[in-house]
Every structure is written in structure tokens, then in C-alpha cells.
Design a protein around this ligand. Sequence first.
Ligand SMILES: Nc1ncnc2c1ncn2[C@@H]1O[C@H](COP(=O)(O)OP(=O)(O)OP(=O)(O)O)[C@@H](O)[C@H]1O
Ligand SMILES: CC(C)(CO)[C@@H](O)C(=O)[O-]
Ligand code: BAL
Length: 282
Amino acid sequence: MQVFYTGAEWTSIRLQFQSNNSTIGLVPTMGALHEGHLDLVAQCIQQADISVVSIFVNPTQFNNPEDFEKYPSSLQEDLELLEKAGVDYVFVPEVKTMYPQETNLKFDFGPLERVLEGAFRPGHFNGVGIIVSKLFNMIQPNLAFFGQKDLQQVAIIKRLVNDLSFPIQLEIVPTRREEDGLALSSRNRRLNKSDREKALILYRSMVLAKKELLEGKSWLEVQKKIHQEFKKTEGVDLEYFELVEPDRFELSTEFSTLKKASLCVAAYVGEVRLIDNLPVIS
Ligand SMILES: Nc1ncnc2c1ncn2[C@@H]1O[C@H](COP(=O)(O)OP(=O)(O)OP(=O)(O)O)[C@@H](O)[C@H]1O
Ligand SMILES: CC(C)(CO)[C@@H](O)C(=O)[O-]
Ligand code: BAL
């Protein structure tokens, strides 16, 4: 495994295998790696000839400075995990490499970004759009791997690839969960023992809501019940619990009209903001 730090280094590395039509797979991450990331990595190694993982905590996608400062980091362990997994290359750029000067670039993803993460984290998807475009331009992968855990991000990146005609095939990998259902997330490392227990409410509330929707209860009734459950849980603050059509990301008020539907949730558990989603009909 080779670690590289700049686009220029990658350009010269690529020359070695450019002539034999090898396919390049990219897994963009922000580090503090867990088994969920490793699922993306395993799929990348399986599907592409050359695997590249990027580790970069992208400042432009953080709307909350404290969230950025406290974002977990474990580069040495990450590199050991990636080496063991059989990754070929790891890109670990510095901020000045990705942003040699401050950017004023603005993406507008329209209705896709007006709700949920886009509404609660203003500027977040602009930052994601910028960094993912930069990574795509620098690495020029044939395939790129993203997790379903960030469902709205998946819709945004599909749109980005279409709008900018990136010649890249996107592969979406299902969410890896702990045995009790909690979605793996780098931010889980910031949970203390009691908050780790409380965090289960995200998954459990989606499982309950899915069951009730499939039994024929109305969405508004189900949503109200879940809001009440969250209110009863001290130390957990619900930001949203919504039903969406996962391609268009419009909030739904009526379950029975949907052909595809997912539940999406975001909540603060103590100081840590977590998100999750669950397909109801896929
Ligand atoms: N539990 C998971 N299962 C599958 N993929 C995941 C999981 N968690 C994250 N990913 C995916 O890994 C990629 C990198 O995500 P990122 O580095 O932000 O990790 P993260 O665990 O989502 O961190 P956080 O939730 O704290 O933002 C993204 O495409 C993300 O969707
Ligand atoms: C895609 C990504 C690596 C861009 O910084 C990030 O949003 C993430 O980890 O999901
Ligand atoms: N996985 C999403 C990246 C973020 O929370 O900024």
C-alpha cells in the first residue's frame, strides 16, 4: 500500500497503469474508519483493479465549527486497517492541497438540498459537492463508492455526476450496523456509555415506524408517536424524523402513494449529532 499526499504524486503514480486499461475505484472518507467504511473498501477492491481510499476531513462541509474541531481522527490506525484490507493507494491531502485558496464556488442542488441535512446543516452539501468534484477530478476514478447511511448525500452525488457529466459509475453500499442496530459512524466514538445506549432510539424508532406504516397506520399518526417517544428520552434532541421518496428527497405526508420510501432521522445524543435512515419500500 502506498500513501500519497498531492494530485501531482497521483498523476505520476497513474502513469504506471494507464496503458493497461486498469479500472480505478475511489472510496472517499473522512477517516476514523470503522467496519462500515471497510465494507465500501472491500467492494471497491472486488470491483476495481486499483483501489484508492481518500482520508480528508473537509472543512467546507462543516456548518458547525465545534463538530469540525471534535471530528474523530485516527490516521495511524486507519492506515493499518486499510493495509490489512488490501488497499493499493491512500490519498491523505492537507487542507492547503485541496484548497490552495478559499473557494467561492456555489452549488445549488435545488429541492434535493432544501430539506433534512441540507436544511439543518446550511452549506453542507455545497461543501460535499466541492470536495467530491475535486476528488473526482484529481483521482479520475472509473468507480466511486458511497454508503447508503448518508442517503441524501447519495442523491446529491448522483445529481452531481449527472449535472457535470463525470464519467464515473457510482456504487452504493448498504449501511453496516452494530448487533443492536446502531449504524456505525465515526461520530459514535464521541458517545459515552450512557449516550451509546440512548443512541439506539434512532434505529428503534425507524423499525417501529416501518412496522406501523406497513400495518396501515397513517404517516402523520406514526410521526406524531415517534416525536412523543423522543420527547420522553432525556438527553436526546430530535431534529427531524421524516418519510421521503429517496430519489427526489421530497418530504412525504402520505405513505400509500409512494412506490419507494425511506425513513430518515437526525438527532443530538448529548453533544453528538447522529443521522440514520431505513428503507420502508425499496
Ligand atoms: N455504517 C456505515 N455503513 C456503510 N457505509 C458507511 C457507514 N458509515 C459511513 N459510511 C460511508 O462511508 C463514507 C465515508 O463516510 P464518513 O467518513 O463521513 O464516515 P461516517 O461514519 O459517516 O462519519 P460520520 O457519520 O461521523 O459523518 C460515506 O460514503 C458514508 O456514507
Ligand atoms: C463524501 C465525503 C468523504 C466528502 O467529504 C463525506 O461527506 C463523507 O465521508 O460522507
Ligand atoms: N458522512 C457525512 C459527512 C458529514 O457528516 O459531514
